[in-house]
Write a protein that binds this ligand. Structure first.
Ligand code: ADP
Ligand code: ADP
Length: 230
């Protein structure tokens, strides 16, 4: 099944002399279960691409389909539901809510949707990410790597169509970053989870199935990575 497709996607910020075309026509697609990395110099449009696909910002022209549904046609209310149900975000600085416990942070997307949490699945995820014994801690009581694992748990509990990760290892030391990367790969394999990850780390990028290089708002190249063990 095709999870993601963008067609000639463009994004302009500002007007007149402040006008910046952050994306100048991006066409990409992903089948279910693919792990794609996006690399490119600072300012090449990586974050913008992720934000548009996640419905966090409006498109200037072109199309985005998630599970074959055109997200540009969603109302504000539908879009906010789309973000909660279809997309899992992972950010560089974790974006956990400091006054909520680990468990509350992870359950938040489900509670906002007024759904009954699937306790068995959540327990599985916590075990998988090795944070089960941290459930009642506050984010400030955890290391950076642990906080990012909590953020990963929060991103996957709703079983989203796609995980969007923006520099998920950017704030971590090399060793912890590699561990988080390994978890993302395991998640991709074990749960057939589709992942789109922005990184400036070429070594990490090559561990994804496919790497897309952006330069100045355009796709410069797209390559399948050899030696990815699946
Ligand atoms: P990257 O993630 O590759 O560093 P970005 O997507 O953040 O690139 O930025 C692409 C271009 O768009 C840059 O020139 C950046 O300055 C510009 N840009 C990004 N967000 C905004 C914004 N909210 N308002 C104005 N310009 C922006
Ligand atoms: P990152 O690339 O790691 O996401 P940035 O510093 O590029 O971090 O962007 C942080 C936030 O600021 C984003 O929401 C982005 O849209 C916004 N932003 C980036 N560049 C600009 C800009 N030139 N003007 C206004 N906002 C910007």
């Amino acid at each position: 099944m095709e999870i993601l497709r963008t067609e000639d996607l463009k994004k302009k910020y500002g007007e007149g002399e402040n006008e910046v075309w952050a994306l100048k026509g991006i066409t990409i697609s992903s089948e279910k279960g693919e792990f794609i990395s996006i690399v490119g110099p600072s300012g090449s449009g990586k974050s913008t691409l992720l934000h548009l696909i996640g419905g966090l910002d409006s498109i200037s022209s072109g199309k985005i389909y998630i599970e074959e549904k055109d997200i540009s046609e969603l109302s504000e209310e539908e879009l906010s539901k789309f973000r909660r149900q279809k997309v899992g975000f992972i950010f560089q600085f974790y974006n956990l809510i400091p006054v909520l416990t680990v468990e509350e942070n992870i359950l938040l997307p489900i509670l906002l949707d007024e759904k009954e949490p699937d306790r068995g699945y959540i327990d599985d995820v916590l075990k998988f990410l090795n944070i089960k014994d941290k459930k009642n801690k506050l984010p400030s009581q955890l290391s950076g790597g642990e906080q990012q694992r909590v953020a990963i748990a929060r991103a996957v509990v709703n079983k989203p169509a796609i995980i969007l990760a923006d520099e998920p290892t950017g704030n971590l030391d090399t060793k912890t970053g590699s561990e988080v990367m390994e978890l993302l790969r395991d998640l991709n394999k074990e749960y057939d989870q589709t992942i789109l990850m922005v990184t400036h780390d070429l070594k990490l990028a090559k561990q994804a199935d496919r790497t897309i290089t952006l330069v100045d708002g355009k796709i410069e190249k797209e390559e399948h990575n050899a030696n990815v063990v699946k």
